[in-house]
Ligand binder design. Structure first.
Ligand code: SAM
Length: 417
């Protein structure tokens, strides 16, 4: 289904102009311009020469928008794969888009209990809407922004999902306030992914997200089959009772945090690690508390960020027989290397109080000329310190600058060569 709400050019002239351009790109001439722009970009055309050539070939009206979308498609390819070349994104929508493989995972879990209609409250370019429709749901895709609605409508059409998707204008704040009987906007499930940026800057305060925290809390209370994407830095104290909070990392970086409505929640906290197509999960039904602190031993373990954020580090520490190097620092230490997806292990070769002169002298003695610097709980700038420590010597090492039992300390690890 196509979206039903016309754009009011008086309320947002720029949005109306973007919508006009997106519609022009949906015509056969527009589609041809887009294909040509993509071909020029893929051939490595420089922006000025490429755009000049495109203008000459397809006209000024289509060339600019086609070039802009083709550039976003290029950026989207690593995450969206072949879909990227059929979808439309503005830079803003692409910046806000989640990873499709994680959206698919979320959709699968949300629908596992049998819900068949889902409200995507703030659809942007439609990443979640697409994942939900592909997982078999009928989706009501809602956004305040006419450009977002246009993108989602075009994208579900391009991917053959339009029969299962309704794109509508609406305010998630009002829809959630009106939710009754476990449903929102007539749907038995909901996805909410609030905008957490304003004016190009990250909004750290959940009360300033759009929709704000009050809508997040109300949705989780009123619509049991729901999931909300939140900032990975969300304070644990904010998580309502009975709600599972999940932190997800991919490739060693934290990529999302989720709050699951009570009908989907299965535990208290969950850490999920996605690496090379494999998914590792760790759960706890209650707070496992802090790991104990102990002296630095032969191995240092750097925990995965989802493990740290989820508050489950003490479970892995217990498994590994490891202790924290300091009660405020997320480094673990034990007497053996760890075979665990949740940590990266480094052999500790030297431990010394933080002192640049002594560190240089030590590296010289050990024949180390190149180091990778890691830090936690220290104001140093890793790249700058690595440059300062560089010499002609052939050996390498990992230098970890941190606090051990409160004292600024350097651990020289994995010395080789
Ligand atoms: C972070 S984006 C969603 C991204 C999307 N889930 C994805 O992965 O592509 C948030 C969206 O919510 C929309 N939005 C913000 N406040 C809203 C509100 N009160 N009602 C409806 N939509 C809203 C924004 O226009 C934006 O498109």
């Amino acid at each position: 289904m196509r979206h039903a709400v016309p754009v009011d050019p008086d309320t947002d002239v720029q949005a109306a102009e973007t919508v006009r351009q997106l519609r022009a790109l949906a015509t056969p001439e527009g589609a041809a311009a887009l294909t040509r722009a993509g071909a020029l970009l893929d051939a490595g055309a420089d922006p000025v020469a490429g755009l000049t050539r495109l203008r000459a070939e397809v006209g000024a009206d289509l060339a600019g928008p086609a070039w802009g979308i083709a550039r976003q498609r290029q950026k989207a390819r690593p995450a969206f794969g072949p879909d990227a070349d059929r979808m439309l994104f503005t830079s803003d929508a692409l910046e806000q888009a989640g990873r499709p493989e994680l959206a698919a995972r979320r959709a699968g879990r949300l629908l596992a209990g049998g819900a068949d209609s889902v409200a995507d409250l703030g659809c942007a370019a439609g990443t979640d809407t697409i994942a939900l429709a592909r997982a078999g749901a009928r989706v009501l895709a809602v956004d305040l922004d006419p450009v977002a609605r246009e993108l989602t409508a075009a994208n579900v059409e391009a991917l053959g999902l339009a029969d299962d998707v309704w794109v509508v204008a609406g305010d998630a704040v009002e829809l959630v306030a009106a939710a009754r009987g476990g449903e929102v906007a007539g749907c038995s499930a909901a996805v909410l992914d609030p905008a957490r940026r304003a004016g190009g800057r990250r909004q750290l305060d959940p009360d300033r997200w759009s929709p704000p925290w009050s809508t997040v809390a109300a949705l989780l209370e009123k619509v049991p089959t729901s999931v909300v994407k939140v900032a990975p830095g969300l304070d644990h104290d904010r998580v309502p009772a009975g709600i599972e909070a999940e932190w997800v990392s991919a490739g060693g970086s934290i990529v999302e945090a989720l709050l699951w409505g009570p009908a989907v929640s299965a535990t208290w906290r969950r850490a999920t690690l996605v690496r090379d197509g494999a998914v590792h999960e760790l759960t706890a039904d209650a707070d496992p508390g802090h790991a104990p602190v102990g002296p630095v031993r032969g191995w240092l373990h750097e925990p995965d960020p989802a493990l740290i954020r989820s508050g489950l580090m003490s479970m892995v520490a217990a498994d590994l027989g490891a202790t924290l190097v300091d009660d405020t620092i997320a480094y673990l230490t034990s007497g053996t290397a760890a075979e665990s997806p949740w940590v990266s292990s480094y052999r500790v070769d030297e431990v010394l109080p933080f002192n640049l002169k002594k560190l240089r002298a030590l590296l010289r003695t050990r024949g180390v000329g190149r180091v990778v610097v890691k830090k936690r709980g220290s104001p140093i700038e890793p790249e700058a310190l690595a440059r300062q420590l560089r010499t002609d010597a052939g050996g390498t090492a990992t230098v970890v600058v941190t606090r051990v039992a409160g004292a600024p300390t350097v651990l020289v690890c994995d010395v080789s060569g």
